[in-house]
Design a protein around this ligand. Structure first.
Ligand SMILES: N[C@@H](CCC(=O)N[C@@H](CS)C(=O)NCC(=O)O)C(=O)O
Length: 206
């Protein structure tokens, strides 16, 4: 049995949970780790992930960290159709996953943390405004890609869509000035009937 450790308010935990549901992978989820729950700084937790971050996923005693890497492991193990075997298509999928981790996620953090997890009196409006500009610039790259493709990596829903959608959810649900993005909207709305998306991603921001 797979154990998924980490609060589901984290986009990095959401992507793993959504992938498992999409793939029909069974798991036990411990939500009460990380953020206000703590427990991710215990010696036991740090032995599994020295960074003290969520998620950690344990597969039959093997502890993993780094959410997108975990998704790729689970996709390979389950022979998932969402992770193409074709080398070129696989590179397209992986570069968007890497883009999410290395560029998109860090750009959204100052805005999300500033507006949702910081008391109004402690907010830095200038940093938030700058952050919105940086986040929008990244979303413009996504908008351009989705103007020519139904999904992030092309014609089909793949592993690449899953990490990006939770950040798009935050983008659409924060009171910020967004760029015009009809194709991101169309793509995001296409998940409206997806049980995993509805359960793990389509939640109130907190
Ligand atoms: N690149 C890592 C990032 C992990 C990460 O930064 N997780 C955040 C939540 S999104 C975290 O653990 N924050 C501390 C906490 O929740 O206590 C991954 O994708 O797994």
């Amino acid at each position: 049995m797979l154990n998924i450790l980490g609060r589901a308010t984290s986009t990095n935990v959401q992507k793993v949970l959504w992938f498992c549901d999409a793939q029909g992978i069974e798991y036990v989820h411990d939500n009460n780790i990380g953020g206000a729950f703590g427990r991710n700084d215990s010696p036991e937790y740090l032995a599994m992930n020295p960074n003290g971050r969520v998620p950690v996923v344990i597969d039959d005693g093997f502890a993993m960290w780094e959410s997108c890497s975990i998704m790729r492991y689970l996709a390979r193990k389950s022979k998932s159709d969402l992770y193409p075997l074709d080398f070129a298509l696989c590179q397209v999928v992986e570069r968007w996953m890497d883009w999410e981790i290395s560029l998109l996620a860090p750009r959204h953090v100052p805005v999300f943390i500033g507006m949702v997890r910081t008391k109004p009196e402690d907010r830095n409006p200038e940093a938030i405004t700058n952050g919105v500009g940086q986040w929008n610039a990244a979303m413009q790259v996504l908008e351009n890609q989705l103007s020519e493709n139904a999904y992030v990596a092309g014609k089909a829903f793949t592993l690449a869509d899953i990490p990006i959608a939770p950040i798009a959810h935050r983008w659409f649900n924060l009171e910020i000035d967004r760029i015009d993005a009809p194709n991101i909207r169309r793509w995001y709305d296409s998940f409206a009937d997806d049980a995993g998306f509805l359960k793990w991603v389509n939640i109130e921001l907190s």
